[in-house]
Design a protein around this ligand. Sequence first.
Ligand code: AMP
Length: 655
Amino acid sequence: MCDDWDDNAEVVVPHYATQAFTRSNGDTNRNWRDNSQREYSHRSAPREDRRNGYRGGGNHGPRRNNGNDATAIKVPSKFVGRIIGRGGTKISDLQFESGAKINVTKETDGNETVIKLIGDADAVAKAESLIRDLTIEREYKQFNPEPKQEEAPVEEEPVAQWQNPAPKPAPTEEINWLEMFKQCEENEKAEWAKLPPIIKEFYFEHPEVTAMTDEEVENFRIENNNIVVERTFKTENSKPVPKPIQTFEQAFHKYPEILEEIRKAGFVKPSPIQSQAWPVLLNGEDLIGIAQTGTGKTLAFLLPALVHIDGQLVSRAERGGPAVLVMAPTRELALQIDKEVKKYEYKGITAVCVYGGGNRREQIKIVTDGVDIVIATPGRLNDLIEAQHLNIKFVTYVVLDEADRMLDMGFEPQIRKVMYRIRPTRQTVMTSATWPMGVRRLAQSYMVDPIQIYVGTLDLAATHTVTQIIEVIPDDDAEKFKVFMDFANNLHPSEKVIVFCGKKARADDLSSELSLAGLQCQTIHGNRDQSDREQALIDIADGTVQFLIATDVASRGLDIDDITHVINYDFPRNIEEYVHRVGRTGRAGKTGKSISYFTRGDWAQAKDLIAILEEAEQHVPEEIYKMADRYASWKERKDASRPSGGRGRGGGRRW
Ligand code: AMP
């Protein structure tokens, strides 16, 4: 870490990598295992990746951040600290928001410091504007007092003291930022070093697993929803990925009480993500699971978490805070995870769920009473941490569940604030349905040589119990509503329906129309209060209403066993969402039916939809094939007309 500083004339404030940075050398307490190789591997390549990867690393579009095309701006030296922020958090924000790399240099005349901005023109302009907002605009008044005499009197702005007509700016003392950062890093390292070492290795490869040949491993992965597993940021020194387990016994033979809990749950065999994730997580490695709800991902990270908690040196009583933290995007998902966690009893481990909208006072009490696992939405979590009701200093195992969803919902700043407060040597797990740039950036910032597991569209298995009907209808709201009402009016009283809409307003409109038509319904979307959402779930579950109208965000993790129909009133934005929605019916050994209204505007989804329907041996309307063809030719023409011959793929790989 420090050699970086010493080698450079400039202070290259690490991107989010402050964490990773500290992590490389801050690991003085990792002597419980010989991992010098691993240490070396992440010190070299991923560090480089991070440096170069302001737009997500890898080969995503042109960048010019090679240090030669830097734009230099000057800022008053006394504001440099404000630009950098505590531990580099502010500068990370600025870099993230602008897309430019921001280097605070040592060049200063005593009053002003040179800052170099590196990146494409837009990014540099954005960075400059953000920095000016932060400092120079305000400071400008102070440094240029001349216009004052001629100026018409203006209302005084009741703001910060640097705007007050200070007598004269005192000569600014040069601050040695380099020294200050080093000191900061050292202090942090010293703080973390006071804590007991984290024990991470709990895996004992079963002889049957050891005996598997490479070919058997390969075949097992292909046959189990085509598991793809790899190191995300592969380097020459990366260790091989553990082989998958095929039975619960193979994973937990050293933990009979866990096996007993699984037996009680009545599961027959591990799901594909569990097969691959358990050896990785029990082995103490960081993991990214690209998997949807319904794949058994919760148990994939939960059971190793239980083993991890129990295996730490420090007793729970001494700890003073949770050992495991799970962040989830929505209250519904957080509650869903909580429900899942509470199904398993292991050595008296306790969990609590905290979320915005719930009773804060009650949540504070439980949190401060001491628990092992905290499951939280990022907003409420920050709130409790900042109010010092929750101490996350002792967290050694972190899960970011549905990371893509959390980023979509704008939680990145909160996630980063939380991660900054957790020991860099922790074990980190992330799940995500997709692999977009934002998620990749999180991985680069907070994970050490992670192993990434893709499971094929496992929820497809769920769609096999569903009859999937596609109705191609005109792109006309009145017509769509009429088609829907024909369906709704012919429903048997014992049937239950979830109706998915693309927008909250649409869900509200539909709900009013149904009520006007005398049909009992409930609505669940992001603008509804927590208590209303909970009531909606109760009402559909106990049959008080026959219709639940939902948007995608609110429907994550919806787990109601006896839904007979899913209506895709608006076709979803991507095919993963389609599979997720359809899987809300046909659960718990029952069959179900999905009806999707497909209009001209949905043509971009036709090709993916065909693949899903064919795989599940469902009827594909002729018109859907035609739409797929028409879309393909349109796209080809469009790409050909672009001067560059078409853009990159974007959106990242799914599976
Ligand atoms: P999740 O993907 O975590 O939302 O899990 C979906 C559901 O699958 C939950 O109700 C779990 O209890 C259940 N589940 C988890 N693991 C297994 C398994 N190995 N076999 C059958 N069901 C499972």
